[in-house]
Ligand binder design. Sequence first.
Ligand SMILES: C[S@@+](CC[C@H](N)C(=O)[O-])C[C@H]1O[C@@H](n2cnc3c(N)ncnc32)[C@H](O)[C@@H]1O
Length: 218
Amino acid sequence: MNKQVKSRKRVSDHGEVFTSKREVDAMLDLVKDETVRIESRFLEPACGNGNFLAEILRRKLNVVKARYMKSQLEFERYAVLAVSSIYGVELLQDNVEECRIRLFGIFDDIYTNSYFETSKDKCRRSVQFILNRNILWGDALSLKTPDDKAEPIVFSEWSAVNSVYLKRRDFTLANLMMPRGYGENTLFSDLGEEVLIPKPIADYPLIHFLKLGEDDSN
Ligand SMILES: C[S@@+](CC[C@H](N)C(=O)[O-])C[C@H]1O[C@@H](n2cnc3c(N)ncnc32)[C@H](O)[C@@H]1O
């Protein structure tokens, strides 16, 4: 069983009490359809070591395996997409690191067990690259890094294009969380509601999903 408390000091300093598996499962079941939709995006703004994100990833990867196991490339493509849909922010650096390692482990267990001899390190590298971009050290209240630099938290949006390519666009979390109708970048939805169209701060060329991290960039 996962420990829910690391230390009393961390509970009093940071409110760090992890959610039990039973509660995680029950809460995720409230949005069950989304947890098994491979590309459905989830952000947890105080993700701890990833109790919710881990279960979401596990559910999505089970779907990927059931649907695409017969074709390794398809499995890889959808598994990378599943990982790319999961985002977290956490104040404590050790939790951030644990969360990334944990999510990677969930992917790698399923991947390696499915394609032991033919599994590819470049697929693992892409997953690691995405996790480093998606699970971020940050203060979810100020929407900035918790160090002296206090830089804005910047997330990457990943979208699949022409099956094997990914489009990456970066957005500040502050911009993504602007209330509807705020600022100049609003449009109306087909239901007549004002919707926010956040502006990317960076826009990257298409990249093959197995080439992420190839040139040591971030
Ligand atoms: C109650 S725990 C929940 C962790 C995880 N969501 C879970 O359910 O197992 C709260 C977490 O929020 C983190 N935290 C506290 N203040 C935060 C802040 N301002 N920004 C981001 N994370 C924060 C703590 O370090 C801790 O890991």
